[in-house]
Design a protein around this ligand. Sequence first.
Ligand code: MN
Length: 470
Amino acid sequence: MEKLYLIVGSQDLYGEETLKEVARDADTMAEFLNGKLCDLVRVTPMPTVRNADEAEDVFLRVAADKECVGVIVWMHTFSPAKMWIRGLQMLKKPMLHLHTQANEKLPYETIDMDFMNLNQSAHGDREFGFICTRLNVKRQVAAGYYRHNAVTEKIRAFAEVAVALNFSKRMKVAMFGSNMRDVAVTDGDRVESEIRYGWNVNYYGIGDLAEIACSVSKSEIDAKMKEYEKKYDFATDDMHAVREQARYQIALERFVERERVSAFTDNFQDLHGLKQLPGLAVQDIMSKGIGFGAEGDYKTAALMAVLCKMAEKRKGATAFVEDYTYDLTSGDEKELASHMLEVSPTFAATKPKIEVHPLGIGGKEPPARLVFDGIEGDAVAVSMVDMGTHFRLVCAKIKLVKQTRLMPKLPVARIMWTLVPDFKTGAAAWIYAGGAHHAVVSTALNTDDIKLFASLTDTELVIIDENTRI
Ligand code: MN
């Protein structure tokens, strides 16, 4: 299981008894945090750090342990911060600076200088915070008594991001074909993506997938059809079309497993060897947390996989979607988001229907797809764009709303949302920021999660929320 190292700082000045107490308190804290985070990470207390050599040693251990996804650091006593410089210069993993105490309340009746010397994070954590800022160490600071819910929740959110970043660092992304011809925003610097986020993005011919699809057996397709029957309503008689999608999904799953990829893209302009654009196949596979980006959008595909990892232990939906069209009724503006086919059924408010309809573009057989109305609730829409010199994340708070009227002739799944703080501001801000027409929408994550991801990866971030003014 992945680990967070708990690193507690002190110094030699206070004597053996004080240091023993520091170590005991660190163990107690680790035990408490393990009770709260045991489904996610193991919090492992390290020996108390007293000097520069020990600081170097502990951060060497952090670097060498592949299972260690980040560190929680706390100064129980004062700890002169020049001793942390050499160690911190080696830190390449996420840090949470936990600004807390072993005690919640002051023992007013008994407090003396020994107590003050033992419990002085107000002093020691400021010294440590300065050197982190001076060294430009990206970190999360959580202040408050560590057993309080608000603090524990912040630590948990940090752990989720740390686990997701560790996953991101080793992630492989497959592009079937390139990105859609002439489209700007889905393109990007794949070398920089790998340097900054770890995404190893590689091209494959769609023929590679077509070849696997040819080898899928009838009985495998029968089994996949049974899965579909359990989850979805069949609103078509065209079983040939549905079975074709089952074949693609089996091929995709086999490919994902074989190549150990966590996200993939396809492109309707490059479907050689496939009879249909993968619709139902991609929708169902997305619901399992595999990242997807349409039209060769590798950035959104990879971002979806990372955000799904981050949200793995939470309730809610996280998936790729495209900004499509608006209802511009004054004061009641809404956005209708969807795609040609590929909308994840995790967004479904009711049991999705499998339908088969012709597709206007691509010149292929009518593909089977899931059709449904979307869920309601608070969400974020997150888009990653390549500015040439750096990546930028645009994160907008949105509110998913009920579809106000039926759209009986719309043959695709959709979700609807309102913008924050209002339509005119939210939409204009997104356009000014250069946000894409593809995004990852999540009802499980919030702007704080995205801020932390951006901060720990040193990515420029534009937040659009209730405080936004143009
Ligand atoms: Mn698109």
